[in-house]
Write a protein that binds this ligand. Sequence first.
Ligand code: CA2
Length: 152
Amino acid sequence: MSRLIFVLNGPNLNLLGKRQPNIYGHETLADVEQTVISLAKELRLEIRFHQSNREYEIVDWIHEARETAGGIIINPAAFTHYSVAILDALNAFDHPVIEVHISNVHKREEFRHRSFVSLRADGVIAGLGTQGYTLALRRLAQLIDEKSQAQT
Ligand code: CA2
């Protein structure tokens, strides 16, 4: 089982820590990437961390993950609420997928309550701030370790 994890981030998350800190906190996406990479080292995992404002780039990274990765952590941002293309790509990925939202989408506008990605995700974390990413990584490490042990 591959120990490579893709961490994918959707539109506007490049602004993290620079605007709306009341909703998304003060950490930048680069801070989140560093924290995720340092935890991954402890957990003996490798990370590909990406952000894009373009739907097709996220679809392409999911396709790349299909060939190489043992899990995906995805914060699809606004694409969460309407992207059938991202859902279709994730449906073609055979390993665990965890959906992360920094804010509690269920406490916000009605249109944020619906997630296409949740139709595929094995787990969903919302409202735990950027800590959601490291919690998702710990869960993937556990799933990968359990699967590897079952194979020995
Ligand atoms: O809570 C989340 O993580 C979201 O995925 C963030 C998306 C939003 O559309 C989802 O409903 C929930 C928005 C990402 C935009 O991020 C910004 C960060 C700082 C400043 C402006 C936007």
